[in-house]
Design a protein around this ligand. Structure first.
Ligand code: ZN
Length: 276
């Protein structure tokens, strides 16, 4: 009887181990969205001087149809060991694309300042050229700045020369605004392939995508966006938001204070991309 009991308990332990192994394996293979590296949808070219294939957006009218999550950043980051008593070590980054502007970006900066949160802004050269003082404010208030192209084209549709021009021209405008050029680049729409990545890296740039996307440009409600962020939040989270480019950025401004408070309640600290 005792012997049978021993075998039964051993059997239970084996089954339990197998189940635990399967569960932990599953958690490392989250649902992955397909990469569309050859986004074939044609966008009407808009002429910007010196940028023949640019799809420049007029104020408040960016076409975000191609914006999508890119798979390589969908994998959860390796969690670092948490020391006892160091429960506040979960890091998360707020990133804001497409600015600067004078309507939304300053209000976002006001909120970040009030909440004492540092964020990362991926700025567009055309906008930097118009509002360098807003980029200066980002810098003065401790935020990180990244290059998000000059005219917001899909990098996978450019020649190498055009790609270089998009990066260089934006770097020049950022340099003129704050005195240095950023080391990070976020491709518009997250459109990237091996060739573009290699090219950007040959300029000394690090490519940064995102892994949490509440689709703020798409007119989602504040509640839905908050739910998306809180559901997907994790150590190493990189949240895509916008500070310009759509009338729906109004909702981003409304969302921000609550999102910051709720994430802080969950133990997250806000960091810039270089600290993630
Ligand atoms: Zn963008």
């Amino acid at each position: 009887m005792r012997r049978n009991n021993f075998y039964f308990k051993s059997f239970q332990l084996v089954i339990l181990s197998v189940l635990l192994t399967m569960m932990s394996a599953c958690s490392y293979f989250p649902a992955i969205a397909p990469i569309d590296q050859n986004d074939s949808e044609e966008r009407p070219p808009v002429h910007v001087e010196g940028y023949p294939v640019a799809t420049f957006f007029p104020d408040l009218n960016i076409d975000f149809k191609e914006e999508k999550i890119v798979t390589e950043h969908a994998t959860p980051p390796v969690k670092e060991e948490v020391n006892e008593g160091d429960q506040k070590s979960m890091r998360i980054a707020l990133t804001f694309d497409d600015g600067p502007d004078l309507k939304y970006t300053p209000r976002i900066l006001d909120i970040l300042k009030e909440k004492n949160v540092k964020a990362t802004f991926f700025v567009v050269g055309i906008q930097v050229n118009k509002y360098p003082e807003v980029v200066q404010r980002m810098e003065d208030e401790g935020h990180m700045i990244g290059n998000h192209s000059y005219s917001h084209p899909s990098f996978t549709k450019l020649t190498k020369e055009q790609l270089k021009q998009e990066i260089d021209e934006t770097d020049e405008k950022i340099q003129a605004a704050i005195g240095y050029t950023p080391e990070i680049v976020r491709p518009p729409y997250g459109a990237i392939n091996d060739e573009v990545r290699a090219e950007l890296e040959s300029y000394g740039k690090q490519v940064i995508i995102w892994n949490i996307d509440p689709r703020d440009w798409d007119g989602n409600s504040v509640e839905d966006m908050l739910d998306n962020i809180l559901t997907n939040a994790r150590d190493g989270g990189n949240i895509l938001l916008h500070s310009f480019g759509s009338k729906h950025v109004e909702n981003t401004v409304k969302l921000l204070p609550t999102a910051i408070d709720r994430l802080e309640e969950l133990g997250y600290i806000f960091v810039t991309i270089d600290e993630l």
